[in-house]
Design a protein around this ligand. Structure first.
Ligand code: PMP
Length: 343
């Protein structure tokens, strides 16, 4: 096997990992300084993550028993796959999608069944039905909006998944704030549905590593068996509770990202590129008559880093740009235009 690849190159404009371009508010940094002094560093953290789960539960109007928190939504996904994946079971993904689902599933020893999106990268409900009825996966992933395409899934696709699953359905909502609908209100005790969220994107805290899942109580209890004791450190628990006091401030930034997304989309569309409409904070595009890897390299040379998917199966020739600050986006558009016109 090979590991997860996303270049970490030290250039001025980094638009390759879909982070928020804005730092968290100063008031949160002040709170964090106080937290650092008040933590009982010689003691293990609250293993049940009580107060943080209560705070997240209030945000979504569910019980704390419906919430599991981990070190980024990647660790949430890993814990779900430790609980329900493993040898002798199979896990369904619909490609192209976020690569960590199949990567982690294989690490747990599960077989991965890859459903296919259509040539335009949308997902047909009939394909979902085919994969779930034929393979009976114990876990099926739906990424909404999908990474790396940015496409918003029709609700019908989730309904089809829930109608045909004999296992659990995980909706990954890492980018939900930029989208048009969320599945979080559908979570209930009688449905095998889990919805994951992250602090890494809208909430500007990719460096803190926090994500969570809202799911039926039985599923949360299963995850608690699979995860390591004390996996969420005391500092992180307190810093995340403090961060939740700034949610509305950070959500206001979503509007700016969305209007920049429209500007960047329109500008790429005017260039010699195919481009996919996005419900997220990134845009997938494909240079039509210039080799994508050369375009990527020329942009890096001019100080702009985007994500290179040009050799990824089903995404041949594609690049993905994260929507950044207005200045970063202008730098990107300038670099792309130059890269496309260089022979
Ligand atoms: N899901 C999706 C779809 C993502 O794009 C990412 C980040 N690249 C993650 C999950 C993981 O995010 P984190 O672990 O930072 O919460």
């Amino acid at each position: 096997m090979s590991g997860y690849h996303s270049a970490q190159v030290d250039v001025p404009v980094r638009l390759n990992t879909n982070e928020s371009p804005f730092p968290p508010p100063d008031a949160w940094l002040d709170a964090v300084a106080d937290i650092a002094r008040s933590i009982q560093w010689n003691r293990y953290p609250d293993r049940a993550v009580t107060e943080l789960r209560e705070t997240i539960a209030r945000r979504h109007n569910v019980s704390p028993a419906n919430v599991f928190v981990a070190n980024g939504s990647n660790e949430v996904i890993q814990t779900i796959l430790l609980a329900y994946g493993g040898a002798g079971r199979c896990v369904a993904t619909f490609e192209p999608t976020y690569q960590m689902y199949s990567q982690i599933a294989r690490v747990t020893g599960a077989e991965v069944v890859q459903g296919e999106r259509k040539a335009d990268l949308t997902l047909d409900a009939l394909e979902i039905e085919r994969v779930l009825t034929r393979h009976k996966p114990s876990v099926s992933f739906l990424c909404n909006p999908n990474n790396p395409t940015g496409i918003i899934e029709p609700r019908e696709n989730l309904e089809t998944m829930l109608a045909h699953t004999t296992g659990v359905v995980v909706v990954d909502e890492a980018y939900a704030e930029f989208s048009e609908w969320s599945a979080i209100d559908l979570v209930s005790e009688d449905k095998p549905l889990a919805v994951t969220r992250t602090f890494s994107k809208t909430l500007s805290m990719a460096g803190l590593r926090v994500g969570y899942v809202v799911a039926p109580k039985q599923m949360i209890a299963d995850l608690e068996i699979a995860v390591l004791p004390y996996h969420l450190d005391s500092f992180k628990q307190a810093a995340t509770i403090a961060a939740l006091g700034f949610v509305s401030e950070m959500e206001q930034r979503v509007d700016l990202i969305k209007s920049e997304r429209a500007r960047v989309f329109a500008a790429i569309s005017d260039m010699d590129c195919d481009v996919w409409p996005s419900g997220s904070n990134f845009i997938l595009f494909r240079p039509r008559s210039t080799v994508a890897s050369a375009v990527w390299q020329r942009m890096v040379d001019s100080g702009v880093l985007v994500r290179d998917f040009s050799t990824t199966p089903r995404l041949t020739g594609c690049l993905r740009v994260t929507v950044g600050t207005p200045d970063e986006n202008s730098a990107f558009l300038g670099a792309l235009s130059t890269a496309l016109s260089t022979n």
